[in-house]
Design a protein around this ligand. Sequence first.
Ligand SMILES: [Zn+2]
Length: 463
Amino acid sequence: MKLVFLALIPLILSIGITPALSFDFIPESDALKSKGNSLTEIGSKKICGDKLCSKMDSKHAMKPDMKMHSGSMDMHAMMDRMDKMHEKHQQHMMQSWDSMTFDEQSQMFHKMQKMIEKMESMDMDEHMKMMSNMGYKDHDKKMHKDSDDKHETVKYPTMKHPEKMRTAASLPEASMGPQIDYSKGYLAEEIKDGLYWITDGAYQAMFLTTGEGVIVVDAPPSIGQNYLKAIAEVTDEPITHVIYSHTHNDHVGAMSMFPDDVVYIAHQEIADTLSKRNDPNRPMPTVTFEDKYTLEVGNQKLELSYYGPMHESGNIFIYAPNQKVLMLVDVIFPGWTPFKDLAMAQDVTEFLAAHDKVLEYDFDTFIGGHLTRLGTVEDVQIQKEYFQDIQDSAAKANQQVSFMTIGQEIGFSNPWLVFQIYADQITQQCTDEVVPKWIDRLGGVDLFTYDHCWKISEAQRID
Ligand SMILES: [Zn+2]
């Protein structure tokens, strides 16, 4: 039976343009119910999301009205032929389906789902290209290459699970930052009165000249030795103090490049974690603190504070009161959605609460540790609003989607399957609600909102 299905794939793909494909291939509920394992309702939602259904429906609706005739080319006749061909394959498919075991059906269902999602994300050009290619393998290679070429040029290709995506929505203005000279590899700029930020376009760190030595915060390996170059460009002062924002290697993995006699400052929990890591690239802190620590060197002052694990146990707020600059890494992402799963936050509630804590500070400039630009108070408010939307949509989906209903439809023999479908429905519903509201406001919401919806909806269920 699997063979029959596999043999059908190229055929199905080759008629990918046929309008009704995405839902008609989903087995009829009666047929399934007679076997006691209906997937229809769940399937039809997952496979034919709102966006696509309306797209497909409008295509259908267009058919009789649109003037498709051109000379002797009868497009109506062509569409009818396609429908007939499609019907034939569909019948064939359903015959196979009826004689399959539940496991086979489940496998086939998920393969179909993947395939259809892939086709849903194609535009008409890609469909046409695929049809003319017919050969499935070549087509697949070609599609990926085309998608790579078109990186970041597709407006809003799909709301489906981002792991299946090879393209992204075009970026909103808010996500743009200053130009970086990539031959140089970094940009270092004074924000105010001897406080500088440095970035390579993906990571950010900061340093201060004090008149008595340089204070450095973080050392991302992606910036690496360029950090030392950037400091040497603006001062002859030696580096004397180094602060850990938190332990994650991608922000502090180049900490060992500083002189041996520097003072390393970190929260006690960071010291505890680093002692377990035993990593020569992340030297042990020489000064630690619990709640607050004020560092005064020369004419500069930094206030370090800890309010809980908003990203990781021991991640601190670093505040320069004279310049009104606040640094908190991996929590607020000015102009962008955070990285997957609330930027890998250790604790969802603490992460969400971080927004209000940040807004208690009197700052003009925010350094988030990532991506294209510095932030403002408004950026923090915007991200807070984005997560409020996700929390609202996740709560609503948690109320509306029923675990028991899904279990009764597909059976409880594999509880993980029931849970996977249940969680995916909630997450997808939340994603579908949030993404259209935010796609023009923050970069990357098409890619990571699904993960945030998952993380927050799950926290709402278990925290
Ligand atoms: Zn981190």
